[in-house]
Design a protein around this ligand. Structure first.
Ligand SMILES: *[C@@H]1O[C@H](CO)[C@@H](O)[C@H](O)[C@H]1NC(C)=O
Ligand SMILES: *[C@@H]1O[C@H](CO)[C@@H](O)[C@H](O)[C@H]1NC(C)=O
Ligand SMILES: *[C@@H]1O[C@H](CO)[C@@H](O)[C@H](O)[C@H]1NC(C)=O
Ligand SMILES: *[C@@H]1O[C@H](CO)[C@@H](O)[C@H](O)[C@H]1NC(C)=O
Ligand SMILES: *[C@@H]1O[C@H](CO)[C@@H](O)[C@H](O)[C@H]1NC(C)=O
Ligand SMILES: *[C@@H]1O[C@H](CO)[C@@H](O)[C@H](O)[C@H]1NC(C)=O
Ligand SMILES: *[C@@H]1O[C@H](CO)[C@@H](O)[C@H](O)[C@H]1NC(C)=O
Length: 447
């Protein structure tokens, strides 16, 4: 029998092979902390350090903020940089974090010297700033937090790894990644001068600040199939230091940094790990769901929830670009703001979008107005990934010997023993299951 494939078929096969070659298994993180009590509005409780002791910089950190409302637990997410300080009145929420090779520092807002008294760990703004479920509002003052920490070995096959410098003057950058497709996961980490890393964000909550109220900072990013764009608030004052890559001060305890080296890392996640995928279009004149039910419960340890929103393809200059939704809002009533806010439980995802406002808003001090955009609709993309445990193959038996195996997941061991009358003739009598799902060493011989 003769099988013929046309050029298109061949190219499709090559394309699929390339996609599979670049896909990465996203394993369960190397470290999942306990849940720690978290309290806002108390200076002595504002800083929490969670050790992971991995002695390696994470490639991804997920800060989960657990809030109980009406007897049910909801998870909000930590933010990589704050856009607020206590010089602005009005309600807001946010657990801000940064991390190094040993631990994650988390800070909860407290009242330092100004208007405050209205902040918390998470806030949805559903009393007028954002449209969505109104029974979950906040700002929540009490809850629990934990960290999930992934190392490079938990997600092999990185498809993009590049870095560049940004500060309050070099406040807009665009890089071509040349992949030709949207990577499933793209992380932006900024290495600060004190050796800590801070995560990039996807939402502008505050577009500009008044003279003197100057702690607007953060690295905002979006990407599509060809490029990544990054925006940082500009230095607008000739008198004060302003803008920059990270702030969580004056009501938070993580400091202020104007400059940093921004690392951009991306992966494609093995298709079979994606257990849920839904896209909904949101905007003021569109009827859409605010609560999206999962077909079955996804527990909080073995799954990763990804909520992104996409600018309309036809609207320039960021049409088709993806931004990460935020696990709280810090929007200031009276400023321009945009973005999608989300929370989730094991059973559902809840989303909030700005009321009467743009879903995509980038402008003013962010990038000093470069590639600014205002769009009133966006597609919200909800994905859930199942995270397998790194598992090695069941070991082969060895001739003239026996083996004793503690298990087949990461950290398990095989101990081989040569039968009486045979001796070890090469290979390894002790092997350990690695994060790469491979046993260390080679199979021993008993001769
Ligand atoms: C802040 O927390 C500390 C330690 O738990 C507690 O002793 C103190 O009373 C709290 N302060 C306020 C104002 O609640
Ligand atoms: C926002 O400000 C307007 C005008 O000051 C006010 O009417 C409205 O109640 C405020 N909304 C929220 C959610 O604070
Ligand atoms: C990214 O590249 C840098 C420099 O080449 C390297 O040190 C780092 O380990 C890489 N990161 C990952 C996650 O592969
Ligand atoms: C930026 O801020 C510094 C103060 O740190 C000031 O000296 C400088 O003039 C400002 N630069 C611009 C371009 O506004
Ligand atoms: C396998 O190793 C465990 C732990 O060292 C030990 O308790 C057990 O007796 C061993 N089993 C065999 C068959 O050697
Ligand atoms: C595997 O061996 C290492 C090194 O001896 C040990 O620390 C670890 O606890 C062992 N793992 C198991 C699952 O017994
Ligand atoms: C078992 O031992 C014999 C005698 O040394 C040797 O010939 C044979 O290859 C060994 N079998 C294996 C599977 O290593």
């Amino acid at each position: 029998m003769e099988i013929s494939i046309g050029m298109q078929g061949l190219m499709l096969i090559l394309f699929i092979q390339r996609m599979q070659a670049e896909a990465s298994v996203l394993f369960k993180p190397s470290f999942i902390s306990d849940w720690y009590p978290a309290t806002a509005l108390n200076e002595s409780l504002s800083l929490l350090i969670i050790d992971h002791n991995l002695r390696e910089y994470p490639v991804k950190v997920d800060v989960q903020v657990k809030i109980n409302e009406g007897g049910k637990d909801y998870i909000f997410s930590g933010l990589g940089s704050s856009q607020r300080d206590d010089d602005f009145p009005g309600r807001f929420g946010g657990v801000i974090y940064k991390y190094n090779d040993q631990h994650t520092q988390l800070s909860f807002p407290y009242e330092r010297n100004h208007f405050y008294g209205s902040s918390g760990l998470a806030y949805t703004g559903s009393d007028g700033l954002y449209h969505g479920s109104t029974h979950i509002l906040g700002p929540y003052v009490n809850g629990y937090v934990r960290t999930r920490v992934w190392l490079a070995s938990d997600m092999s096959n990185i498809v993009l790894n590049t870095s560049l410098y940004m500060d309050n003057i070099q406040n807009y950058r665009e890089i071509s990644h040349g992949l030709g497709y949207y990577p499933d996961l793209l992380n932006v980490q900024t290495l600060l001068s004190n050796g800590y890393m801070s995560d990039g964000i996807g939402v502008v909550f505050i577009s500009e600040t008044d003279f003197g109220y100057n702690t607007l900072a953060g690295v905002l990013f979006g990407y599509d199939d060809t490029k990544v764009r990054l925006w940082v608030p500009s230095n607008f004052s000739t008198y004060y230091k302003a803008g920059g890559v990270f702030a969580a001060k004056d009501g938070y305890k993580l400091g202020y940094y104007m400059e940093g080296v921004v690392n951009i890392l991306a992966w494609n996640i093995e298709c079979s790990q994606q257990v849920f995928h839904k896209t909904i279009t949101v905007g003021d004149n569109i009827i859409h769901d605010d609560v999206i039910q999962f077909p079955c419960p996804y527990d909080l340890s073995n799954y990763l929830i990804s909520i992104q929103f996409k600018a309309p393809e036809s609207e320039t200059p960021n049409g088709g670009m993806l931004f990460n939704a935020a696990g709280t809002t810090q929007a200031k009533n009276g400023s321009m703001y945009g973005g999608i806010v989300y929370a989730y439980s094991e059973n559902e995802v809840m989303i909030w979008r700005p009321v009467n406002g743009p879903v995509i808003y980038i402008g003013d001090r962010w990038g000093n107005g470069e590639s600014k955009q205002t769009s009133y609709t966006a597609d919200v993309i909800i994905r859930v990934y199942h995270l397998p445990l790194a598992e090695c193959s069941y070991p082969e038996t060895v001739g003239n010997g026996t083996l004793n195996v503690t298990g087949v997941i990461y950290g398990d061991n095989i101990t081989y023993t040569c039968n009486l009358g045979y001796h070890h003739g090469g290979g390894d009598l002790f092997r350990t299951c690695g994060r790469d799902r491979q046993w260390s060493g080679i199979i021993p011989a008993c001769i």
